[in-house]
Design a protein around this ligand. Sequence first.
Ligand SMILES: Nc1nc2c(c(=O)[nH]1)N[C@H]1C(S)=C(S)[C@@H](COP(=O)(O)O)O[C@H]1N2
Ligand SMILES: [Mo]
Length: 410
Amino acid sequence: MKDQVNRRGFIKKSSLAALTAALGTNIVFAKNLPEGFTPVLFDEKDALKGKSTELIVRGERPWNVESLPHLLDERITSVKNMFIRNNGLIPETIDVKNWKLTIDGESVKAPKTYTLEELKKRFKKHTYQLVVECGGNGRSGYQPSTSGNQWDQGAVHCAQWSGVRLKDILNDVGIKDDAVYIGYHSADLHLSRDPQKEAISRGVPIAKAMEDETLVAWELNGADIPEFHGMPLRLVVGGWPASTSGKWLERISIRNKVHDGAKMTGHSYRVPRNPVVPGTSIPETDEYYKIIESMPVKSNITFPKTGAIVEVGATTPIRGHAWAGDLKVAKMEISIDFGATWQPCKLEEPANRLAWQHWSTEVKLPQKGYYEVWARATDEHQVAQPMVIPAWNPGGYINNACERIAMKAE
Ligand SMILES: Nc1nc2c(c(=O)[nH]1)N[C@H]1C(S)=C(S)[C@@H](COP(=O)(O)O)O[C@H]1N2
Ligand SMILES: [Mo]
């Protein structure tokens, strides 16, 4: 890994000609550009570098890039198939050698700062596979549509993260009895580039922060965390909205109240306390909204790819993953008749708590024609995925309706 990545410095020191040559492109009217002008291309680094070419770009400023169910077929999601969700701009300088993590806040006995090297040396390293799903995954299903990225089914991954337990750090620092919540602070920039503003600063209740699986991680799938996923240090909170997994982590505040950082209020990552009529707007206050905590039960179908054409009566393997926030998935079923009948699937144990569970089965399509395969997971509390889109909410969060693929028998 490069110790220092400084985008701005690079642009300043190099000529436009050299830069465009390096990119293998050519700015046709470059000679007409004013001095010091930065082409849009160099505004931010290319989030798509090293990514599967099938990923869907939902936005470039900030970068929001979605994965697809068939790309998520791997048991452990590889970086090239991981979605990216940025609320701001990635840090201009990432000085890995001198990276520090500070623990502060009202409910810390005394603030303490660790270098990344100290974290690696002082605490035991742990590795977990963790489901990180954007609270807005599935948002495109809501009618009327809500603002925000129109994620379909691909804003989820289950990768392998390594680092130290947040609880080991907090026990070392010393936390007061009145601690209620943690809030992360990160090095990315607000879209306005105003240094006074944070792009996002969220957190979780202290009990979730103290769980074994809540990591301060520096490794993703056995390698350094890539730039767009939070290099060099990241909070990883499995099973909760991915917005709680702060990238480019610099500071964690131990709060004596619910954290009040950027995107903790309004309808950001919150849902109405009482169900609302679709399309309703309600006051964006705590009285009307509650923070999304554990994500609901959900599953995907990662093989075959939707649109598969098979022979009548042939045996086709079907598989995917299922997850249920803090809970385990207890049952997995599929239907090829629009939910009239369901057949049970083989469901594996998770690699560890908060990892997704692999499921598999086979289908035989009985006669020529069009079919849909629907998948339905049920959690250990006997709560199943709904077949239709669940409670509409102004932020378009937690759509856990059954996912489906199209198949044709010929
Ligand atoms: N510092 C920081 N952390 C962040 C974000 C961000 O914009 N800045 N986005 C959050 C949101 S909303 C999501 S869905 C996940 C996405 O993680 P990924 O890009 O590694 O897939 O990161 C979370 N952590
Ligand atoms: Mo998100």
